[in-house]
Design a protein around this ligand. Structure first.
Ligand code: LLP
Length: 421
């Protein structure tokens, strides 16, 4: 459920009509709903109620500071994967003790930054990273709390580009090697082992892969405790999928996911941490674009929008589906016709949808891409010197531009031409 609904025939973001935002900021733009962010964050809170836990929002899915500040205000922690994300979280007011540092290639500079600024834990992904962290921590005279990310070799049954829990993926250490790596960690100065981390992939639409991975983590917890390690926190990653295509069967709900976690771990006396991104931010955002032209091709009509693959890359990159709906509600029973919905970028890959059924629509009209709040703005680029599009946040009838569209001067002045060119 989200808060982008038709009212009096016009699509609204909460209480704000989208044409009003379009008139103020121009198209294309992203708009996020505080109510939907809150609702989805709380679903996880409720799903884990009664167990000691922290929900750490995976900032990579949407790192606008207004979004982060809103979630942090509800009590969320943050899962960061770079020094930049760490600084953003801090700038948005998230305390270090609620920031988890994930990622397969943390540099020593990033480790230093987090150790100085405060960190809840590092999720370490390899032995060389463990050694580097030990060196940085001892050089600063501090101790780094860590989990080791294990790779359980489980098929997440998702798109191959976003599966992370198979042995062929670059993530984590093979779970069979874990006892040896924990033994090594326990001996290293400046390192304090506190738990285990696992994340098997994104946009998972079934619970079974989570169950397989979590049962392996449970066994490992018992084994590592028997080896004398104080395993008191389990970071179970993110990955729960969302229904992009409303006509498809919906993925499991956070309540069902929470019930699984409870079932597998309830008797272990551990603190649970999860790192959901998409399920919190995905349906809390839409991308609004205008139709520039309707072009009649041979045997097909092209709807040419002012948004392109540089603004929302998911369809081009993963063949992902986003529902695309007109902002003015079509009259019931209106005939639908197939369109190829494309952007203005000079690549055939700049196609959002092929032969998508939509009511007839003309130039100047607005359309909305649903479920665009996660991995939308954060993955955008200025390809074709198309400025990054604005982000707007809505709460009830309030709206605010939370990232403005840069001017062409700002973009062009970023380059320098050396005198010897
Ligand atoms: N934790 C870790 C360690 C991750 O790598 C990720 C996502 C998450 C948590 C959050 O996963 P989520 O709950 O959002 O599924 N760009 C792709 C998705 C990449 C996901 C990368 N890792 C897309 O647009 O589908």
């Amino acid at each position: 459920m989200d808060h982008f609904l038709y009212r009096n025939g016009i699509l609204h973001a909460e209480d704000v009509p989208l044409p009003q935002i379009a008139a103020e900021v121009g198209t294309p733009f992203y708009v996020y709903s505080c109510a939907t962010l809150t609702r989805h964050y709380r679903l996880f809170e409720e799903a884990l109620a009664g167990m000691e836990h922290l929900v750490c929002f995976a900032m990579k899915s949407n790192s606008n500071q207004a979004v982060i500040a809103h979630l942090a205000g509800l009590g969320a922690g943050m899962d960061v994967v770079s020094g930049g994300e760490y600084l953003r979280a801090k700038a948005a007011g998230v305390p270090g003790e609620r920031i988890v540092f994930s990622g397969v290639g943390k540099t020593k500079d990033e480790m230093r930054m987090a150790l100085k600024g405060g960190i809840r834990q590092f999720n370490v992904e390899s032995e060389p990273e463990l050694i580097a962290l030990s060196e940085v921590a001892t050089s600063l005279g501090v101790t780094a709390p860590i989990t080791v990310r294990v790779n359980p070799d489980v098929d997440a049954k998702t798109h191959e580009k976003i599966a992370t829990g198979k042995s062929e993926n670059k993530f984590g250490i093979p779970i069979a090697k874990a006892p040896a790596v924990y033994a090594m960690a326990a001996k290293l100065p400046g390192i304090e082992v506190i738990g285990i981390d696992v994340h098997i992939g994104s946009q998972l639409t079934e619970l079974e892969p989570f169950r397989l991975a979590y049962e392996k983590v449970r066994e490992l917890t018992l084994r590592l405790r028997a080896d004398g390690h104080d395993i008191r926190r389990l970071d179970l990653g993110g990955g729960l999928g969302i229904p992009y295509e409303r006509s498809n069967t919906a993925p499991p709900l956070p309540t069902e996911y929470g019930a699984l976690i409870r079932e597998v771990f309830h008797d272990l006396d551990v603190e649970i941490e999860i790192e959901p991104g998409r399920l919190i931010s995905g349906n809390a955002g839409i991308l609004v674009a205008s139709v520039i032209y309707v072009k009649e091709g041979e045997g097909r009509d092209f709807l040419i929008l002012d948004a392109a693959m540089n603004d929302l890359v998911r369809p081009a990159m993963y063949g992902a589906w986003h529902d695309i709906i007109p902002v003015v509600e079509p009259a019931p029973g209106l005939d639908q016709r197939p369109y190829d919905i494309v952007g203005p970028v000079c690549e055939s890959g700049d196609t959002f949808a092929k032969q998508r059924q939509m009511p007839a629509i003309g130039p100047g009209e607005l359309v909305a891409f649903r479920s665009a709040g996660a991995y939308g703005a954060v993955m955008s680029s200025e390809y074709n010197t198309r400025p990054l599009i604005p982000e707007v946040l809505v709460k009830d009838d309030h709206m605010a531009v939370i990232r403005a569209r840069p001017t062409f001067d700002e973009i062009i002045n970023r380059d320098t031409i050396p005198s010897w060119v």
